[in-house]
Design a protein around this ligand. Structure first.
Ligand SMILES: [Fe+2]
Length: 284
């Protein structure tokens, strides 16, 4: 059977993608950011997952205010990088896993999570930046990816609790898939940041640290955070962190924290990153 062995949470700051694409990763401003992901690249290269379920949000690239799915599951064979206004990122086309994705769609919908099935979707920095951070700059991505786009752009986003429970349902779906696959789930977005208004540039290190601590050891506590608290403490875009709870819900209650990284600033946000592993990591 397929099995989720670990979860990765990471910010998906678009400027990180631009720094990679414009060969600026060794500049003093950017070097510390990329250094924080070196252990992660080694970890995932060693683990060699077959599939990544990548939870992210679209930033008005594939969707717009005309169509706002709360949870959109990518079931296509391929997902091209989106043109976000300055041409698509020069990264490989993302290869999907239609069989697993359709199986998940069936499992989730029959489990009463009314997700949207998407058969054509360009993927923006929300998905491609985490791929670059974890896998570097290969000619082809070394894993298949099942994208799960979550609406956290237009109110109302789903609650943290709903996201956590969706993670549990995803795990159930993965474990009922017949093929023997090693799966890692990514939750992306965050950490504290606000892009507009009088509080633009807001960073709240204390909140971010509490969130990272809670992600490892008290995820149920995090599921009780209301949207207004994300807004107040982590800024208007900080609500992206509910997506991390989908990742966390798909893991064991007790997990091993493999790696943690926190850095300020990258563009006008805090960068947070954590790797959590089920035990044992690889099925016997
Ligand atoms: Fe984002």
């Amino acid at each position: 059977m397929a099995r989720i062995v670990a979860g990765v949470a990471t910010s998906h700051v678009p400027a990180i993608g631009a720094a990679i694409d414009n060969k600026r990763t060794h500049e003093p401003y950017w070097e510390p950011v990329f250094k924080g992901y070196e252990p992660s690249k080694r970890w995932i290269a060693e683990l060699k997952p077959d599939v990544v379920i990548l939870v992210y949000n679209d930033h008005a690239s594939a969707f717009s205010l005309e169509l706002i799915p709360t949870f959109a599951l990518g079931c296509a064979a391929e997902f091209p990088p989106a043109d976000e206004g300055w041409g698509p990122r020069p990264v490989p086309t993302v290869k999907g896993h239609p069989e697993l994705a359709w199986h998940l769609a069936q499992s989730l919908i029959l489990d009463e999570f009314d997700i949207t099935i998407v058969n054509r979707m360009a993927v923006d920095h929300g998905l491609t930046v985490p791929m670059s951070l974890m896998f570097g700059e290969p000619d082809a991505w070394p894993v298949n990816v099942v994208p799960l786009a979550v609406n956290v752009v237009q109110f109302p986003p789903p609650t943290g609790n709903r996201c956590y429970n969706l993670g549990k349902a995803i795990r159930k779906g993965v474990e009922s898939f017949g093929q023997d696959l090693t799966v890692v789930i990514f939750g992306t977005g965050g950490m504290s940041h606000q892009l507009q208004g009088p509080r633009a540039g807001l960073i709240n290190r204390a909140f971010d640290q509490r969130f990272l601590d809670g992600l490892t050891s008290d995820p149920l506590g995090l599921t009780r955070l209301p949207h207004v608290e994300y807004l107040r403490e982590a800024g208007s875009e900080g609500v992206e962190m509910v997506m991390w709870l989908i990742m966390r819900g798909a893991l064991d209650d007790q997990v091993e924290e493999v790696h943690r990284f926190y850095h300020v600033p990258a563009s006008n946000t805090a960068v947070g990153h954590i790797i959590l592993q089920n035990t044992p990591a690889v099925p016997a």
